[in-house]
Design a binder for this molecule. Structure first.
Ligand code: NAD
Length: 478
């Protein structure tokens, strides 16, 4: 029987891998610890443990799966204080927002999935066929750093619910919050080998997991560039693949309404987690006659998002996660200026008094040309682009909204909710919110176009972890 790995995260060296990946505190840009560098051999051991657990877990009762997920949610919730400390240190997440932004959504996904299990149709009958939804087999999950707990929960929960064992290669930038999650896993009653979590770099551990012959499905969340490589590799042995990739989501404000609430909503949406959110509404598209007033209001709304040390209770915008991300976002701010957009707030350089960490200035650009880099590419930082369409031609606004390679998320704001919902139906995005509607964690989340394929969250996510098998029985005569 391979070793039981389900509670082990190898930041603690329990796989024997050297802890050699430096993890920085982005507020000070100093190293605060190391994650172990999992190798291809580490991946092999984890996949062996999962493969060994797979047949038994596939036979487990759905109620047992649901109960384990509920206990895991309880354990994660109970660790909130620790997680708040850790996420401030490794991600730069403001403590004041951590519970609502990072912890609660992860707990919710675990609970929602547990609650969906009893009603999930693992078996149904169609004429003389019995159709079984059977676990796809061992899953390889690869996750990023921006919502480290949520993204692990979004893969672990439906995999466990479907009866799959899973190996997760989590982000090397935020390993310590996952250690806390592993403690909760150790206490949730899952059999050994059902969930295995390891650390390592993408090109070594991630690539080995995506290529492993005993992994039957890869579920990847991260950049579109890496997603393409993962899918190409998986195609070689016809693995199932889900990809949750980048976005360039739009808020489309329709004519004949006061844009102020839409502007405030959009700024809040972009600034959460310092703009490091795949579904952030980073393009605000408004009627031309409202453009200047909208730009002024957006700049003023930044005052609600003070930048600073995440441990200061007044801070709502922390640093970016790494110096690499800081450099990337700074490059896009320069590209905005070079592309002729009008800077209305923020701009190059660091916020006052914050020269040492990975900070950027929250930035608003107006009069953005839809064809330019900052209107087309995902920035993944606190940068908002305001674009406009001719008054009375909302079709032109919709065309701008749909005019990128991405299709993850969107929003429509208008004077008539039913009419706005009709426009939302024509937005090329996996989810669209209308007039500030709240996020619904039961709704399927995922992308169209180059934002990927597959869905996470709620009962639909389980579909991505099952195969259909139909058994036909003879039809009795008479
Ligand atoms: P990334 O693609 O660099 O890394 C994501 C994960 O993939 C990490 O665990 C990384 O180690 C691993 N990885 C890197 N190279 C790999 C390789 N060659 N083979 C296998 N695995 C590899 O992305 P990131 O910088 O960590 O995260 C930011 C990106 O993720 C953004 O583009 C963002 O939009 C996207 N994202 C999407 C969603 C979503 O749900 N759609 C959610 C969060 C983040």
């Amino acid at each position: 029987m391979p070793e039981a790995l389900h509670f082990i995260a190898n930041t603690r060296g329990l796989f024997g891998d050297a802890a050699e990946i430096p993890v920085i505190d982005p507020t000070t840009a100093t190293v605060v610890g190391h994650a172990a560098a999992g190798s291809a051999a580490t991946v092999d051991r984890a996949v062996a443990a999962a493969s060994s657990a797979q047949p038994g877990w596939a036979e487990s009762a759905p109620a047992e799966r649901a109960a384990a997920l509920t206990r895991l949610a309880d354990g994660l919730e109970a660790a909130s204080d620790r997680l708040t400390d850790v996420l401030a240190a490794e991600l730069g997440m403001p403590r004041a927002l951590c519970q609502a932004v990072q912890i609660d959504p992860a707990v919710e996904v675990l609970r929602d999935t547990a609650e969906a299990v009893p009603a999930y149709r693992f078996v149904e009958t169609l004429r003389n066929s019995t159709v079984y939804r059977v676990p796809v087999g061992v899953v390889g999950g690869i996750t990023p750093w921006n919502y480290p707990l949520l993204q692990v929960a979004c893969k672990l929960a439906p995999a466990v619910a479907a009866g799959c064992a899973i190996v997760l290669k989590v982000s090397e930038a935020t390993p310590f919050s996952i250690d806390v999650l592993c403690d909760a896993l150790a206490d949730c009653g899952l059999p050994p080998g059902v969930v295995n979590i390891l650390h390592g770099t993408g090109p070594v551990a991630g690539a080995a997991l995506a290529a492993h012959p005993r992994v039957r499905k890869v579920s990847f969340t991260g950049s579109t560039a890496v997603g393409k490589a993962v899918a190409a590799r998986a195609a070689e042995d016809i693995k199932r693949v889900s990809l949750e990739l980048g976005g360039k989501s739009a808020m489309l404000v329709l004519p004949d309404c006061d844009p102020a609430p839409a502007v405030d909503w959009t700024v809040d949406n972009v600034l959460v987690n310092s703009g490091q959110t795949c579904s952030a509404l980073t393009r605000l598209i408004v009627p031309h006659s409202q453009h200047d007033a909208v730009a002024e209001r957006a700049a003023a709304a930044l005052a609600r998002w003070p930048v600073g040390d995440p441990r200061d209770p007044a801070t709502r915008t922390g640093p970016l996660v790494t110096a690499r991300q800081q450099g990337r976002v700074a490059g896009y701010i320069e590209a905005g200026l070079a592309g002729g957009a009008r800077l209305v707030a923020g701009g190059p350089g660091s916020p006052a008094g914050l020269n040492h960490g990975c900070f950027v200035r929250p930035t608003v650009f107006a009069q953005v040309d839809p064809a330019t880099v900052i209107a087309q590419e995902e920035i993944f930082g606190p940068v908002l682009a305001i674009l406009s369409y001719p008054d009375g031609a909302p079709e032109a606004g919709l065309a701008i909204a749909n005019g990128t390679a991405y299709g993850l998320y969107g929003a429509v704001w208008g004077p008539d909710t039913a009419a706005a919902a009709r426009v939302a139906r024509r937005m090329q995005a996996g989810q669209v919110e209308v007039n500030g509607a709240p996020v619904n964690s039961l709704a399927p989340f995922g992308g169209l176009k180059q934002s990927g394929y597959g869905r996470e969250g709620g009962p639909f996510a389980i579909d991505d972890y099952v195969e259909l098998q139909a058994i036909q029985l003879p039809v009795e005569a008479g």
